[in-house]
Design a protein around this ligand. Structure first.
Ligand code: KG4
Ligand code: ZN
Length: 335
């Protein structure tokens, strides 16, 4: 059987990324140009600046990707690109670049859902075994997704307000830490203790949904109250208390879902999958469940990248699912 090479493109938020993946499982080249430095002074991603950076970076990122691989577009079988969800202006840069290349080289064009990409980052680490569950925790999403087979996604629970990463970033902002705040809270938390007694929000019994906005408000109130009373705040302990609440609820619901759905694997996905506290908690919890394999990608594959988009695109390519030249960017696309 002939090898399949898919060229992946990701521009949904603040990383301009391209990659080449062989047979859906092997990274041949992987280039990520981050814009974080440009957004830092605004404390978050500014959509207009993101689009502008994508335009400026994308050709160079493509060239570097081909150079890394020692391949050309002629060696590719298809172009896969994130079509949503994300910032619409940012998505359109990737989508239009993908169309141009697909047209120029007469290659199939494949639109990929960003979250499907995050989940398929795991296939670059370990072959998938079905049925499986994926805990997707990023800056824009928090959900538990059930997969009976390749390309089939059923959301069994999701956040009703803030995404986990969003809560991390907002709490970090309250503690005057730079954007993105997740890694800073993670580091502080490792040096602190869970002393602030913050709430664990579990919602109705049996629900796999999440809610993090109440927890975020509890942190903000704790900071304000301390300021008003002139009390000294211990940032390490506050970070540890916040993280303990997030990690406890995420772990608890993931374990319960894994048992209820009798899955072979649980895959961790999204930027918050880089969280040391979450990784350790899941590893510990799943060590008591030998029938279910826990897969956690390396940090570089947890945050936004295009290898994951190429990996997810490979399945669509094999299933003959293509998009037309009328493909658009979809900021609120459902999985
Ligand atoms: O998946 P991602 O790169 O972009 C989205 O699709 O949203 O996720 C970015 C999010 C940010 O909110 C960032 O603060 C969070 O992932 N993050 C972390 C850590 N590293 C990144 N959150 C907690 N702990 C970390 N170590
Ligand atoms: Zn993402």
């Amino acid at each position: 059987k002939k090898d399949t090479y898919i060229f992946g493109i990701e521009t949904s938020c603040d990383e301009t990324a391209a990659a080449i993946v062989k047979n859906g499982t092997e990274i041949v080249a992987n280039v990520v140009s981050s814009q974080i430095e440009s957004h830092k002074r605004f404390g978050g991603v500014v959509p207009e600046i993101a689009s502008r950076h994508h335009v400026e970076q994308i050709i160079a990122v493509f060239q570097e990707t081909l150079e890394q691989a020692g391949l050309t577009f002629k060696d590719m079988d298809a172009i896969a690109v994130t079509k949503g969800p994300g910032l619409v202006g940012a998505l359109l840069i990737g989508v239009n670049a993908a169309k141009a290349i697909a047209f120029a080289h007469q290659l199939p064009l494949i639109g990929v859902h960003h979250i499907a990409g995050h989940i398929y980052a795991n296939r670059l680490v370990k072959e998938m075994a079905f049925p499986l569950l994926s805990l997707v925790v990023s800056g824009g999403h928090t959900e538990i997704v059930y997969m009976a087979e390749h390309g089939s996604f059923k959301v069994i629970g999701e956040t009703r307000d803030d995404a986990a990463g969003e809560a991390y970033d907002k709490v970090a902002r309250t503690l005057h830490l730079p954007y993105p705040g997740g890694p800073h809270i993670d580091r502080l938390a490792a040096a602190g203790e869970d002393t602030y007694g913050l709430p664990r929000v579990r919602l109705e019994e049996g629900s796999y949904d999440f809610s993090f906005s109440g927890l975020k408000s509890a942190v903000i109130n704790t900071v304000h109250n301390a300021q008003q009373r002139g009390e000294e705040l211990v940032p390490e302990n506050l970070a540890a208390s916040f993280q303990a609440s997030v990690v406890e609820v995420l772990t608890e619901k993931t374990i319960r879902a894994a048992k209820e759905y009798c899955v072979e694997q649980v895959l961790l996905a999204g930027g918050v999958a880089a969280n040391e506290g979450l990784r350790a908690s899941l590893e510990k919890a799943f060590s008591d469940m030998p029938a279910t394999e826990l897969v956690i990608p390396p940090l570089s594959l947890c945050t936004d990248n295009a290898a994951m988009i190429a990996a997810a695109g490979t399945i669509l390519f094999e299933q003959g699912k293509k998009d037309g030249m009328d493909m658009n960017g979809h900021p609120g696309l459902d999985i």
